[in-house]
Design a protein around this ligand. Sequence first.
Ligand SMILES: *Cc1c(COP(=O)(O)O)cnc(C)c1O
Length: 295
Amino acid sequence: MNIDLEIFSPVHQIKDKLFDEQDLKVFIKRDDLIHPIISGNKWRKLKYLLKKAQAQNKTHLVTFGGAYSNHLLATAAAAAKFGFKSTGIVRGETIENDTLFLCRLHGMNLIFAARESYRDKPALFDKYFTNNDEAFFIAEGGTSPEAAKGCSELIDELTETYDHIFCACGTGTMAAGIINGLQNNSSLARLHAIPVLKNGGFIADEINKLLTSPANYQLHTDYHFGGYGKVNAELIAFIKRFIATTGILIDPVYTGKMFYAIYDLAAKKHFNPGSRILAIHSGGIWGLLGMKDKF
Ligand SMILES: *Cc1c(COP(=O)(O)O)cnc(C)c1O
């Protein structure tokens, strides 16, 4: 089977009084529209991994994530679509939630691993899949050079130029891929990465490991709202207003924090008048399901 999706990821402009006042043009690349479940950067990160699995005649994808992981869900759906079996090794005690329900619905077998044992993923893989020739190991979040390569392709799709490109970042793989893509295309756009975890400065090391050549970019480490999956009333109010005024769903874990950063930096006159800004909507709106009680 040919492992590919027809990429539908248009660029739309977002209108806001703030952007008009500052003479900014803000656009959004709709990677969230690539697929309802295998959305955003998760498809881009999986694409070359699935092709590699196929080339090695592996038929069973094994990967790792938290109980609300977009990566687990995307892997489950991609496995179903492209004819793989899938196992998700889930961090923590056995629980049930909407994300895991959707994983199971796509045929994923779930194994729960207490936090201690979860740390050593190769050991977990060996424990359950020693001598299993079908099994293909995919790192948590899909982090790999293949994943960065997949993400770099989103830059190849752009038909206009931008001064600034923004993305949310967890492991930094997408950010690295985008930077590589900008270099491949000799683009002068500057990448701004918004770590969604606390003390996100370490992500620079993770990004740099995946760069095909050294490059400048900017990390904004002050938009984590207390850490991964943490929110406050201001962020939630921002997300509600954004959704209600644009018709575009964003989530509190990733894209909500990135858009908050863009609006905040604009309000602080961080951008030169006339700047063109592109925000990557990296998908992940199912993350909203795990945060209903925050709204
Ligand atoms: C996983 C994810 C990210 C983070 O991507 P990294 O490559 O790990 O930095 C960003 N946005 C969304 C919606 C995600 O699901």
